[in-house]
Design a protein around this ligand. Structure first.
Ligand code: HEC
Length: 219
């Protein structure tokens, strides 16, 4: 047998043994899927590297559309939205973890740190499309791009928030009657008690820029 054939046969045999060992382990029921357990360090590293590369690649074609949060009502709307959609998992600045957030595996990161580490485009991509097989939902199916950019704009401000700022803003938003609403025909809209038109001011709730992405390989 030539050297090349020898090498090929050896590699194929090793591959077959590895697949058989993996299949035996996977079908034995001995692999732990409990959320209070942990991956092997190598599995963690592989997942992290897949996630980082995937997010970076898919976010690169997105054009940022950050709304101006200097308008008080827009800021209130952003905070009310964060409280409703995100705060149970992502502890806001100065907030305390919830029972839900404590049980998540992988845990939901502190978004002030994510804002330091990630571009607005990456924050938007994850918010819109979610991360499969983690607790991070895709918000794109139920929210317009404008609503999600509003959340991204708020998150990019988190690193500068004083400890009581989020709580104060939320209280002021509630005081002003601003609650989270979203524009896709859901019937559970909460009208503010005094029925002011607080929900829409200027930023585009129906923009769908960055919306269509080419699907890459799924494993
Ligand atoms: C049910 C829990 C849950 C909710 C609700 C949730 N997230 Fe997440 N989020 C997660 C988890 C868990 C991760 C980490 C995923 C991972 O490790 O791959 C995550 C990751 C992220 C990331 C990536 C952070 C980074 O540094 O990689 C962003 C951005 C994000 N979430 C934004 C949001 C926003 C904005 C909302 C609300 C609109 C939200 N999330 C609501 C659980 C949640």
């Amino acid at each position: 047998m030539s050297l090349v054939k020898h090498v090929v046969v050896t590699l194929l045999t090793l591959l077959a043994v590895a697949l058989l060992a993996y299949w035996t382990l996977a079908s034995s029921g001995r692999m732990d899927v409990a959320a209070d357990g942990a991956h092997w360090p190598i599995t963690d590293r592989v997942i992290e590297s897949i996630r980082e590369n995937s997010v970076a690649r898919q976010a690169r074609d997105i054009t940022p559309q950050l709304p101006d949060l200097d308008h008080e009502m827009t800021l209130f709307e952003a905070v009310a939205g964060f409280e409703d959609m995100c705060a149970a998992c992502h502890t806001p600045p100065g907030g305390s973890p919830t029972a839900l957030s404590r049980g998540l595996n992988p845990s939901a990161p502190d978004l002030a740190e994510s804002a330091r580490a990630r571009s607005a485009e990456e924050l938007f991509w994850v918010t819109k499309y979610g991360i499969r097989m983690t607790g991070m939902p895709a918000w794109g199916p139920t929210h317009s791009d404008g609503e999600l950019w509003l959340q991204v704009a708020l998150i990019t401000r988190f690193p500068d928030f004083a400890d009581d700022e989020y709580g104060n803003l939320l209280a002021a938003a509630r005081e002003a009657g601003v609650e989270h609403v979203h524009g896709h025909g859901h019937e559970h809209h909460h009208e503010p008690a005094d029925a002011h038109d607080h929900q829409h001011h200027g930023h585009d709730h129906d923009g769908h820029e960055g919306g269509d992405r080419n699907r890459d390989t799924s494993l």
